[in-house]
Design a binder for this molecule. Structure first.
Ligand code: NAD
Ligand code: TYD
Length: 342
């Protein structure tokens, strides 16, 4: 590996990956290709802006000419794809962009990689492709039963990666990460949304009964798992990446309120998300046994550090919570909050 294309590298996890890799591997060149959608943000890459082994290109992974030009210009040998539309609620309101990026975009990347002889392509996927599980833990061989347009589009991208490995022998790998949190996360996912709303003493809209379960993974652990798979993962393999820390949404909410010293009276129980998955849970047995990766951060320590980061970096999130963000907030929450229960 020498020249690594990081698609979606201006988003939450992609930028964390670039910030870590640029420092950890000065011998690699990290080239970011990002469309800069509402979720893409060059502020996330400011810490590496002047690093000699970092470059940025703006472009769409679903645009074949752009992808091929960048692969050739930088003699890319490795692709790590983070680029995606990622928010379940947006996929329910408007699925089009999800098909464009998470299905067609992934296909274009795979096809360009095959044509131009890229050595390996890693797809960053999600535990949501499995669907919901009431008891036990998902394993990599379990059937995929995605329930939201987001999860279905990610599963579609994964299926195409599988086909490119089996049919053309492309070295593909896939990670299925669980709910990830940390600094620089766009404030629409529950953790950064509730943290920034609570800082301003605004209501926190909890869907349904708040008893849904998610597995929580700190962003640095997620990035280290991808690093491990890139260096040691076997071609065609899929690896679960869980934080090994399940919590009900109400527990996450209470933890955030406690860390900010805000009252529980900010919680509002609002109309549920349609098709809401009740529980996500997965086992790390394979990645532990094969690659020796385990999560290094506890939820409590990492979430406290995350809350502190949002308290100390209002410059980063206040300017995001304007314009398009407010339109989305209105579409997603205005009606729900009007009919909310405390
Ligand atoms: P994000 O929404 O913060 O960032 C996505 C990035 O992709 C943005 O920079 C955006 O501009 C870029 N992008 C979108 N469409 C593009 C296109 N057509 N071409 C080029 N760039 C495009 O997402 P994230 O939370 O950092 O997630 C990164 C990846 O990890 C995604 O593939 C997601 O499915 C996966 N994942 C996320 C989580 C999570 O909890 N956030 C968990 C598991 C897996
Ligand atoms: P989210 O952060 O959107 O991640 P995902 O849907 O990928 O798991 O949501 C995490 C959980 O929090 C999920 O069960 C939905 C719930 N949730 C709320 O209750 N209220 C909210 O405003 C949001 C954004 C999420």
């Amino acid at each position: 590996m020498k020249n690594i294309l990081v698609t979606g590298g201006a988003g939450f996890i992609g930028s964390a990956f670039v910030r870590r890799m640029v420092e950890k591997y000065p011998e690699y060149n990290l080239i970011v290709l990002d469309k800069l959608t509402y979720a893409g943000n060059l502020d996330n890459l400011l810490p590496v802006h002047d690093e000699p082994n970092y470059r940025f290109e703006r472009g769409d992974i679903a645009h074949r000419e752009t992808v091929e030009r960048v692969l050739e210009a930088y003699e890319v040998d490795t692709i790590v794809n983070f680029a995606a539309e990622t928010h379940v609620d947006r996929s329910i309101l408007e699925p089009d962009a999800f098909i464009h990026t998470d299905v067609v975009g992934v296909y274009i990347l795979l096809d360009a990689a095959r044509r131009l002889g890229v050595n390996r392509l890693h797809l960053v996927s999600t535990d949501e492709v499995y669907g919901s599980i009431s008891e036990g833990f998902f394993r990599e061989g379990d059937p995929l039963e995605p329930n939201s347009p987001y999860a279905a589009s990610k599963a579609g991208g994964e299926m195409m990666a599988r086909a490119y490995h089996v049919t053309y022998g492309l070295h593909t790998t896939v990670t299925r990460g669980s709910n990830t949190f940390g600094p620089y996360q766009y404030p629409e996912k529950i953790a950064p949304f509730f943290i920034t709303e609570a800082i301003d003493n605004r209501p926190l809209p909890l869907y349904g009964d708040g008893m849904q379960v998610r597995d929580w993974l700190y962003v640095d652990d997620h990035c280290d798992a991808i690093d491990a798979v890139l260096h040691q993962g076997a071609p065609g393999e899929i690896y679960n990446v869980g934080g090994e820390h399940e919590l009900h949404n109400i527990e996450v909410t209470r933890f955030i309120l406690g860390a900010l010293d805000r009252p529980e009276s900010l919680i509002r129980y609002v109309a549920d998300r349609p098709g809401h998955d009740r529980r996500y849970a997965l086992t790390n047995d394979k990645i532990r046994a094969d690659l020796g990766w385990t999560p290094q951060h506890t939820f409590e320590e990492a979430m406290r550090a995350t809350v502190r980061w949002y308290q100390q970096n209002e410059w980063w999130w206040r300017k995001i919570k304007t314009g398009e963000y407010l339109e989305y907030y209105k579409a997603q929450y205005a009606g729900r909050l009007a009919g909310a229960q405390e």
